[in-house]
Design a protein around this ligand. Structure first.
Ligand code: ATP
Ligand code: MG
Length: 251
């Protein structure tokens, strides 16, 4: 089943940069879809379209549709706040709130009106488990989140997104600043998460793309060059440009 269908999406920033050119792809539910390719390919731009974060940047023109469960989220009538709850995002650098670990997780829910302590506690524990960090922080939930290591903070940021029970989780190079052990923990968490969520990941390397992808899309200068299931794109690329990139000839 497809969770998201991107149909002929083009986007031009106000300085004239054409960052997405007629991109069409179907993103399956309960899988990890990886968007990879060299710098400036449009990967972050595409992620930002999926929860309308590009509303906050200077876009001159965009065309096309993005259907989430069949509804076009680019429609001006879309409730963007509700959309961003359904489609959560984790960024490259963990930005924890200047609150306790618990506070980081309950903040969004409290904003959304949840006041019941039992519900909040439940959400804290559930989302920390899902983000594979519960064991490391369960005895220090009231300590400041900034006191955690970078790798732990990133998993708290992931947990914070999960606490709001999104349907889709977008991750833009979530492990770029992390050591291999923390990276492994985040990748393992994603493998668990896909049972319940649709995951779209911009990996920080081709190796990470190959390790994590159920489906992989190669982007070059705003163009979706190739989109294939499983490991095919890495083992048997069809396009010469994909082949050059995955074999390390450029990038
Ligand atoms: N806010 C913006 N205003 C103008 N141009 C932008 C903006 N954000 C991105 N761009 C341009 O759009 C193109 C795609 O950028 P984007 O950040 O989506 O690429 P990317 O694939 O995520 O690259 P990277 O791997 O470096 O993160 C680039 O040419 C970039 O300069
Ligand atoms: Mg990017």
């Amino acid at each position: 089943m497809n969770k998201i269908i991107i149909d002929s999406l083009s986007l031009q920033y106000s300085d004239g940069t054409e960052s997405l050119r007629n991109v069409s792809m179907a993103i399956p539910a309960n899988q990890i879809t990886v968007l990879f390719g060299p710098a400036g390919g449009g990967k972050s731009t595409l992620l930002r379209c999926l929860n309308r974060l590009n509303d906050l940047t200077e876009v001159r023109a965009s065309k096309g549709k993005i259907l989430l469960d069949g509804e076009n989220i680019l429609d001006p009538k879309t409730d963007v706040i509700a959309l961003r709850r359904r489609v959560g995002m984790v960024f490259a650098r963990p930005v924890v709130l200047p609150l306790s670990i618990r506070g980081n997780l309950t903040y969004g829910l409290e904003l959304a009106g949840e006041t019941r302590r039992s519900r909040l506690d439940e959400a804290v524990e559930r989302s920390l488990h899902l983000a594979a960090i519960w064991d490391e922080v369960k005895d220090r939930l009231d300590e400041p989140a900034v006191a955690l290591s970078g790798g732990q903070q990133q998993r708290v940021c992931l947990a914070r997104v999960l606490a709001l029970q999104p349907e889709v989780v977008l991750l833009d190079e979530p492990t770029s600043g992390l050591d291999p052990i923390s990276t492994g923990k985040v990748e393992a968490a994603l493998q668990e998460l896909k049972k319940d969520y649709s995951i779209i990941l911009v990996p920080h390397s081709v190796q990470q793309a190959a390790r994590t992808a159920d489906h992989a899309a190669f982007f070059l200068q705003g163009e979706l060059v190739e989109f294939r299931p499983g490991q095919e794109i890495f083992t048997n690329p069809k396009d010469k440009r994909t082949e050059d990139y995955v074999t390390g000839r450029f990038g």
